[in-house]
Design a binder for this molecule. Structure first.
Ligand SMILES: Nc1nc2c(c(=O)[nH]1)N[C@H]1C(S)=C(S)[C@@H](COP(=O)(O)O)O[C@H]1N2
Ligand SMILES: [Mo]
Length: 442
């Protein structure tokens, strides 16, 4: 049984410990698990001194590795529109991952009309419109430019949107909040190609179009294109996965997923936005005033405790546990993540995993001594611009009850007396009278 150590310093109410307790290597944490994920061990036939895998040679090397078969439950959660073929999403299992990089096979997906089967030898990118010299590139042409790498998250603005509903969702954390992934992208700064084409004085926007059956297009302000936009060819060291835009996608660090056009085929410089479906009928936010927010590009400061989270249980009973999660902001670096285990009465700063990168996901951790009584766990992120993740009440007060996109409120997990974890909305929730979102993502 874990016992109270001299070096344990309380940092907030209800057993939250100072993050520096991690320096004490002798700490042993309790087990947090999802029922059903553990493998059933055949104890009778098993001699730990002579495990069967030491009794014969193992498997031969293979051309491309895959996860251990024992990790078969660590998968995305796909959901498709039954009416429109190829319209759907799959969620990253954030609650089953550690660190901050999303493995390529688990990057979330959002397709409006399916994943095109693109032959890279025939794919072309056209750069035209208000430029001095229109340019046309093959993928091989693009690969001759100097490449740069940067880590950043991509988050669908529809991520977490069941948070707008009256009843808290009880799905696993990743299967509600996992329309976000974090990747090291490698490609060409878009500014390099714009410079080569030469910009007309009237150029102020850029229309990006994808080569999928949806021919998805969005308008992007030139300022962002010249700032940190990337034409990505590689994802975590290997060429892009088909579902994430192979052979070429636009990456706009910190901006809503829809602007990160996949299977990029055309960039047109214009003097104004085209008012495409995806910036008028969709991806706008109806406000309490009756007006709609348009071009709400930046993904706001957000965090999520990934463990313990909905559906898990604190299997070891009362004792020491590690609370961990992810924080991110489309405005820059994460400055601080605070954690509360007493329903928001007191907060303590979590340990941030270095390096903390701008517009990338940051892993946070904090030790917690659970006394066995019901507790409510929350995390609250603050970024380098001072933007603070809002409570659900504050978000609703600001945006009203017609929200669909940009849900970044604090998420609360309740641990009951048996250690079972569920999703709750703490505090009073007046004006809860809106129509629930029952399907759709975007
Ligand atoms: N061509 C094209 N680009 C696209 C989309 C699409 O359907 N077609 N979906 C967009 C949306 S809404 C999101 S959230 C991101 C998802 O990127 P991912 O599938 O790589 O996670 O891609 C964006 N780019
Ligand atoms: Mo999206």
């Amino acid at each position: 049984m874990a016992h109270q150590d001299d070096r344990e310093i309380t940092a907030a109410g209800n057993g939250l410990l100072d993050r520096r307790a991690f320096l004490n290597n002798s700490l042993r944490f309790g087990i947090i698990a999802l029922p059903g994920l553990a493998m059933a061990a055949d104890k009778a036939a098993f001699d730990p001194a002579r495990p069967p895998w030491m009794q014969k040679p193992g498997a031969a090397p293979t051309p491309y590795g895959s996860p251990s078969p024992y990790e078969k439950d660590v998968v995305r959660f796909p959901a498709s529109n039954p009416v429109v073929r190829g319209d759907g999403v799959s969620f990253t299992p954030l609650h089953l991952l550690e660190g901050s990089i999303t493995p390529n096979g688990l990057h979330f997906e959002r397709h409006h009309n399916g994943v095109p089967d693109i032959d890279p030898g025939r794919h072309r990118l056209l750069l035209h419109g208000l430029v001095n010299r229109p340019l046309f590139f093959s993928v091989d042409d693009l690969l001759r430019y100097p490449l740069v790498s940067r880590q950043c998250f991509i988050e669908c603005s529809g991520n977490s949107n069941t948070g707008w509903n009256r009843i808290p969702s009880q799905s696993a954390a990743g299967y509600v909040h996992g329309l976000v992934s974090n990747t090291e992208w490698t490609g060409i700064p878009l500014g390099t190609l714009l410079q080569e084409a030469g910009l007309d004085d009237k150029a102020a926007w850029l229309v990006a179009e994808g080569a999928d059956a949806f021919a998805m297009d969005v308008s992007i302000p030139l300022e962002k294109a010249l700032d940190d936009a990337l034409l990505a060819l590689y994802q975590n060291g290997e060429r892009l996965r088909p579902e994430n835009g192979y052979p070429l996608r636009l990456v706009l660090p910190g901006w809503e997923g829809v602007t990160n056009v996949k299977w990029l085929r055309r960039l047109q410089l214009t003097d104004k936005p085209v008012m495409a479906r995806n910036e008028t009928a969709r991806y706008t936010d109806l406000l309490p005033s009756g007006k709609a927010r348009q071009f709400s590009f930046v993904m706001e400061t957000k965090s999520l405790i990934t463990s313990p989270s909905a559906g898990m249980s604190l299997k070891s009973g009362p004792g020491l546990y590690q609370i961990t999660g992810l924080a991110w902001s489309g405005r820059g670096r994460i400055n601080r993540v605070e954690v509360s285990t007493d329903g928001g009465k007191s907060w303590a700063p979590a340990q941030l995993q270095e390096p903390v990168l701008s517009k990338a996901q940051t892993r946070f951790r904090i030790p917690w001594r659970w006394n066995g009584a019901p507790a409510v766990l929350q995390s609250r992120a603050v970024d380098e611009t001072g933007a603070v993740q809002p409570s659900r009440q504050a978000l609703i007060a600001k945006r009203g009850r017609h929200g669909f996109y940009h849900y970044n409120a604090i998420i609360a997990w309740k641990v009951d007396g048996d250690g079972l974890v569920s999703h709750v909305y703490p505090g009073k929730h007046e004006n809860n009278d809106h129509i629930d979102i029952d399907s759709g993502w975007d």
